[in-house]
Design a protein around this ligand. Structure first.
Ligand SMILES: [Zn+2]
Length: 116
C-alpha cells in the first residue's frame, strides 16, 4: 500500500527533525503534498497514526497543503504545471515530460514540546 510506505518514511523524517530541533514530542507537522504523488491524505493520515506508534511523533496532527508542481516537455521544451492523471504538454500535446517537481511529500515544518 502506497500510503503506508509513505507514512513509514514520514515517521522517520519527522523524528529526525524532532531530534535535530530537540523536541521530545511532536505535536504538529506541516506537509506539502505534490499533486503527482497520487496520495490520499486521509489514508496517509490514518497510516501515519499506525506507523507512528511509539515514535516521537505519535499522535501528532498532520496538516496537508498542496505542493508545487512543474514539468518540462521533452518534445517542445515548454514548461507547464502537470496534473495527476494528465501530464500532457498543453503546448504540443505530447506526453513526454520530465517532472521537475510535484511528485514529492515535503516536510515543511515540525512543532512540538522541547526536552527540558
Ligand atoms: Zn510540448
Amino acid at each position: 500500500m502506497h500510503e503506508l510506505s509513505l507514512a513509514q518514511a514520514l515517521v522517520r523524517r519527522i523524528d529526525e527533525e524532532a531530534v535535530k530541533a530537540g523536541l521530545s514530542k511532536v505535536l504538529r507537522a506541516e506537509l506539502r503534498v505534490g499533486p503527482l504523488l497520487g496520495a490520499d491524505t486521509g489514508l496517509l493520515a490514518e497510516a501515519f497514526r499506525c506507523a507512528s506508534e511509539g515514535a516521537r511523533c505519535a499522535g501528532a496532527d498532520l496538516e496537508f497543503s498542496p505542493g508545487p508542481a512543474s514539468a518540462v516537455c521533452l518534445v517542445c521544451g515548454g514548461v507547464y504545471v502537470p496534473r495527476w492523471g494528465d501530464t500532457r504538454c498543453p503546448h504540443c500535446g505530447q506526453t513526454e515530460p520530465r517532472i521537475l517537481e510535484g511528485a514529492d511529500l515535503i516536510l515543511a515544518a515540525v512543532t512540538g514540546e522541547r526536552d527540558d
